[in-house]
Structure formats: C-alpha cells, structure tokens
Write a protein that binds this ligand. Structure first.
Ligand code: ASP
Ligand code: MG
Length: 418
C-alpha cells in the first residue's frame, strides 16, 4: 500500500487534473490511497463564504458560494461525458447541504460553521476527479472520509480519535477490491456527524494518518515544485533542491515555518519508519526529495522567512524577577489561547515573545498578560531563520537590516528585524 496526496495546485485546472490520470496510470497495479485537496484557492473562497454568513451578510455569502458552484460545474463539464449526470447529482447534494446552512441564522460559534462550509471544497474536488478517473480508465472508489476519520469537536483544529479511525481504515481497505481508494484530506467528523477540519493545509497529515494505520510502504506528496528546496525559489533564485532529508531536519524546518509539509505530518510517519517522498507532479520522472530515518549530512543553508510577526514585550510591573510563577502563568495563557510563540527571549525583569499576527489572539493575550506584566506590542516585523548557516551568509542577509532580537545555536540562527 502506498499513500499519495495531491495538493490544491495540482488540481487547479482541467489540464492538471488530466495529468493526474497520467501519473496514476503508471501505478495501475498497485494498491493506493489517493488524497486530493480542494481545487486551487477554493478553501480560501469558502472561508470568505463563512465570514459573510457569520457577519449576517446572507446574500453575499450565497453569491460567493454561487461562484464556487459554477467553477466546479464548469470543470465537471469539461472533464466528463458519460458520468456527468451522476456527478452533477452528487455535487448538487453537497451544494444543497451548504446552502441550507447559509439560509439559517448563525447561532453557534464561528469555528463550527467554518468547518461545515469549508469541508465542501475537498468533497467537490474529489467527487469530480473520481468520476473523471473512472471515465478515463483509472478505476477508483470514492470515499467520504468523514465516515472514516473520527475526531473530537475542536472545530478547525480537530484531534483524531485514533482507535475509531484505525478500525474504520482497516475495515475500508479489507472490504475494498479497488486498487485505488480516492478520498479527501483535511476533513473528518465527530461522533455526532458534524464535519470538522484538521487545520489549514491538513491534507498531508490525513495522508500520514492513513500511512501510519496501514503501515504503508511510503507516502508521496505531489507538488508543483521539484521537491523540498533550501529556500523559497521565488525569493531566492539560487535555492537548492535537497534530494534527501532526515525526519529530524524536516520537523525542525516545519517548526520554524518552512511551508514544505504540514508540521503534524512527520510524527505518524517517523513513528512507523515510513519514508515520505515529495515529488513534482509536472514531471514525475524527476527524483524529488526523500525524507526518512537516515541522518543526512552536508545540507545547504536552509532559509525560512516569516513575515507579519509581532513582538510582545512583557515587563515586570514591580521590578520582581520573571521567575517560574509568572512564566507558568504565561504558558497557561498561551495554552488556553492555543498560541505558539515563534521565539521567546527572557531577561531578569522582562521577556519578549515573537508571535504570528493573529489580531484577535494577540489582543486576548495582551489583555490577559496585562494582569501580571506591563505589555507593549510591536508589529510588522520579519523573522529570519537559517539552519546550517555560514557566517558569510548571515552577514549578507542581515547587514542592511535593523535587528531587534537574535538567537543563535551552532545549528540555527533566528533574527527578528524591522
Ligand atoms: N484545502 C485545505 C487547505 O487549503 C487543506 C489542504 O490543502 O491541505 O488548507
Ligand atoms: Mg494545499
């Protein structure tokens, strides 16, 4: 068994969807679980629908949803001949589910509605692609992953119930003769049949959950890049492809904010020693990157830049030390608000936290922290992380910057600048 995941960029046009067929034809005789994301920017568009609905702008929400509907129907029309009517019917069921909800008044929390609406992106894309592949000679079984992936009701960041999910996954594979099972990533459902999502970009994680449960031979993430690069090639034209990486390196990269792979993806694979391939769907003959348990030496400097950073300065109110008690209270606040600082620097009577700029959360944290500290917030900063840095590169990248904070180990340097 192998697990494949195709991201939104690999299904954002008719040509690209047709290209997936070519890739899958080469694996015709293998057992595969294929996970496909929502098409292109559909998830962002569905977020806008939810926002409009929640802000009481029902007409706007319906209009925005209509655009999404039409895009999917147009794609289905281009791709399908004999299966169009059946597909149309199934798509309509998904549309109706969302539209019913949009006609209601919001009475529950925002995150609940978010998940009920946003989950439809992957349902629509996989529905169309499954029909298309069946029509094009790649036999597959479409599965609503919400029947398999059981989660708690922590909407937008739901946690997987591994026992239930494992049983269902194993049963699914046992009861299925099809070589290819085609399903969604990123979504699941509670024991009360409410839809949930696992966090943005969560499809990689779903693939890893399946790989772990089924002891898969490997997982492959098909992307629109050559493999894992040492920096974003759009910003750094001499970014290098890294042909192999260890799990340790990738989990560090994801932690520091590299947009390579969803951070939760590594653990399920590492725990079972399942290799992860990152391959280019535009040219499947390229080797891509393999990530596995082996230690990999001589890596190039890996550059990660996080924009829109906020620095929160916390200062002791009465000149007492920032000891364990205020620190543990601060960690409790961070935990309650589900905030993960990107960097923490402590001093005798002050400490500084570098955070992603999520306005609401920053305000809530500032309000709670002001009970024990004087609080100041500075915005619009950038956080540069370089792993395996050289002094030359570090100098080159920071000489013209106004540095606010710097943390350095022999492996990694982090610099926050204005
Ligand atoms: N469609 C979801 C997103 O864009 C999940 C994913 O693609 O991994 O975040
Ligand atoms: Mg994606």
């Amino acid at each position: 068994m192998k697990v494949f995941k195709f991201g939104g960029a690999s299904v954002n046009s008719v040509e690209r969807i047709q290209h997936i067929k070519d890739i899958l034809l080469a694996y015709k005789n293998e057992k595969l679980i294929v996970i496909i994301s929502a098409m292109g920017k559909t998830t962002n568009a569905l977020e806008k629908v939810t926002e409009a609905f929640y802000n009481g702008k029902k007409e706007e929400a319906l209009q925005l949803f209509n655009v999404i509907k039409n895009n999917h129907l147009t794609t289905a029309k281009y791709l399908l001949v004999t299966h169009y009517n059946a597909c149309y019917e199934q798509l309509n069921n998904f549309f109706t589910e969302v539209e019913w909800l949009l006609h209601d008044k919001p009475v529950q929390e925002y995150d609940y509605y978010y998940d009920q609406v946003v989950c439809c992106g992957e349902l629509l894309s996989t529905c169309i692609i499954s029909y298309y592949l069946n029509e094009a000679g790649v036999a597959n079984k479409w599965v609503d992953v919400r029947d398999i992936i059981r989660t708690d009701d922590n909407f937008r960041e739901a946690n997987i119930d591994w026992d239930y999910t494992s049983k269902k996954t194993i049963q699914l594979v046992q009861e299925n003769d099809n070589n290819i099972i085609l399903t969604q990533g990123f979504i699941g459902s509670t024991d009360e049949n409410e839809s949930t999502t696992l966090g943005r970009e969560g499809s990689d994680y779903t693939a890893a959950v399946f790989a772990n449960i089924l002891n898969a031979e490997s997982q492959t993430i098909w992307k629109d890049v050559e493999g894992v690069m040492s920096a974003d090639p759009k910003q750094f034209p001499d970014a290098q492809l890294m042909p192999e990486l260890s799990f340790d390196e990738v989990i560090e990269m994801a932690y520091y904010g590299a947009q390579v792979i969803h951070p939760k993806t590594i653990k399920p694979l590492q725990n079972k020693g399942i290799p992860l391939h990152v391959k280019c769907f535009l040219d499947a003959s390229l080797p891509g990157t393999i990530i596995y348990k082996k230690q990999v030496k001589n890596l190039p400097p890996v550059i990660i830049i996080k924009e829109k950073q906020v620095l929160m300065h916390l200062h002791s109110q009465d000149f007492s030390f920032v000891g364990e008690k205020p620190m543990s209270e601060l960690y409790k606040m961070l935990g309650e608000l589900n905030i993960k600082p990107n960097l923490i620097q402590t001093g005798a009577i002050s400490l500084q936290l570098c955070l992603d700029d999520r306005v609401e959360k920053i305000e809530q944290l500032a309000a709670s922290a002001s009970l024990i500290f004087d609080v100041q917030v500075e915005k619009d900063l950038s956080l540069l992380t370089i792993r395996h840095y050289t002094d030359d590169l570090l100098f080159k990248m920071t000489s013209n910057k106004q540095i606010i904070l710097k943390q350095q180990t022999p492996q990694t340097v982090q610099i926050l600048y204005r």
